[in-house]
Design a protein around this ligand. Structure first.
Ligand SMILES: [Zn+2]
Length: 421
């Protein structure tokens, strides 16, 4: 059992984000066991220790048969709600068209916007519910979900309301993010000062409604070449903060713009992508409370050679997290085990570092590290169980899902067919 418990092994321990060497400390307990009460971990230790507890004697027993158990994955960056894949662009990319060339021709994000605006909430919900089952089947128990394929008042609200409804209707927890600043919508591109006018729409018509109806917890901006500038991003994130939404950012993916420095200045919860960061940025992350979330699925899907400098970030002491960036354009995967494989082979992270980045540091990136991300007393019993003999086999067997069972708040939400739930 991988507990990811706080340093020193004391339990309960003050859990915090992992930096540097502590990223490798998985708190492994051989023949481990947990006692769960009302969805919360009441005891953690070896099986012998836990079975001795008076309360354990009357408890219902779930035998995991010696498999590897770890905290459920926290996928801290997804574009959950979208209407369709962009398989048609996949072939263009393989033939050599860049992501930005496709976007300039009306493909990319705007292609997904057209499809989302045309889809009903019911159609979207059906598609997303199927995806959420797949997230759970791959060991994920908490996901962040961004809007950003609506880009008008009605469509952005349609997505954010779906986040809220889905959070109530199925077992996975959803942290909702408003990403109105994903792209400038088509209808504003032809106007003079279109981007500024669209930002005004977000400030005056979207953010008040989102705050009033409690539809999002975070505000995100795609700050990059061809998207929003650093000055525009600052304006959007400050407006979001005024309405109680904590900032997070898409930064330094296609070009270095200075977006990561802005994220740290604004004390964003997380700054994501970071393929193009420079040495100064890396050093700054080492001292920052802002998580550096890496999304290697994007580079893999786009066939790019330049991945984020994970080793330098870890060595500088940054709080490195990993996420899928599940989206139809650049990373159509919801598999955290696959992301772990990419983190190991492409980012040169060790299996232990990758697991910590995908659990406790993902929880930190969503400001939930006190509640989830490790298997410790007082935390939610969110558990992923893998049919492997050694935790290193989770990333090692790339492209194959060995998740055997997933539990959310102590309840089985994914299990093998033969297992009665
Ligand atoms: Zn993204």
């Amino acid at each position: 059992m991988l507990t990811l418990r706080g340093a020193g092994g004391a339990s309960p321990a003050p859990t915090s984000a992992r930096r540097g060497r502590s990223l490798s400390d998985l708190g492994l307990i051989k023949d481990g066991a947990l006692l769960v009460r009302d969805g919360v971990i009441a005891a953690a230790g070896t099986r012998a220790e836990v079975e001795k507890l008076p309360e354990a004697r009357g408890a219902e027993k779930l035998d995991l048969g010696g498999r590897v158990a770890l905290p459920g994955f926290v996928d801290s960056h997804t574009h959950l709600v979208h209407a369709a894949s962009r398989a048609e662009e996949y072939e263009l990319k393989i033939a050599g068209a860049s992501y930005e060339e496709i976007a300039r021709k009306g493909g990319g994000i705007l292609n997904s916007v057209k499809k989302l605006r045309a889809a009903t909430a019911e159609e979207l919900k059906k598609r997303v519910k199927a995806a959420l089952k797949q997230f759970a089947a791959h060991g994920t128990t908490l996901i962040e979900a961004k809007s950003g394929y609506g880009l008008d008042v009605a469509s952005e609200l349609k997505i954010l309301k779906l986040h809220k409804e889905l959070a109530a209707e199925q077992p996975l927890e959803i942290a909702s993010t408003f990403l109105g600043a994903h792209a400038v919508p088509e209808e504003y591109r032809k106007k003079k000062d279109g981007a500024e006018r669209y930002i005004k729409l977000m400030e005056e018509n979207l953010l008040p409604e989102i705050a009033e109806s409690k539809l999002a917890e975070f505000c995100d901006v795609f700050c990059d070449r061809g998207a929003f500038s650093v000055a525009q991003a600052k304006r959007v994130l400050q407006a979001g903060r005024q309405w109680g939404l904590a900032p997070r950012m898409h930064a330094e993916q296609l070009s270095r713009t200075g977006a990561a420095q802005l994220a740290m200045l604004l004390r964003a919860a997380s700054c994501d992508h970071l393929e193009q960061v420079n040495k100064k940025d890396i050093q700054a992350f080492g001292k920052s409370e802002t998580a550096a979330t890496l999304l290697p699925g994007c580079d893999f899907h786009l066939g790019l050679k330049k991945y984020a400098p994970a080793r330098a970030l870890i060595e500088a002491g940054a709080i490195v997290a990993l996420a899928t960036d599940y989206n139809p354009g650049t990373s159509p995967t919801l598999s955290m085990p696959m992301i772990l494989s990419l983190a190991c082979t492409q980012l040169r992270m060790t299996p232990a570092e990758a697991i910590a980045a995908a659990t406790i540091n993902g929880a930190y990136a969503l400001r939930r590290e006190k509640r989830v991300g490790s298997l410790e007393v007082g935390k939610q019993a969110d558990i992923a169980v893998f049919e492997v003999a050694d935790y290193r086999e989770i990333p090692y067997y790339f492209g194959v899902n060995h998740c055997w069972m997933t539990l959310k708040r102590g309840r089985v939400i994914h299990a093998p067919k033969e297992y009665p739930t």
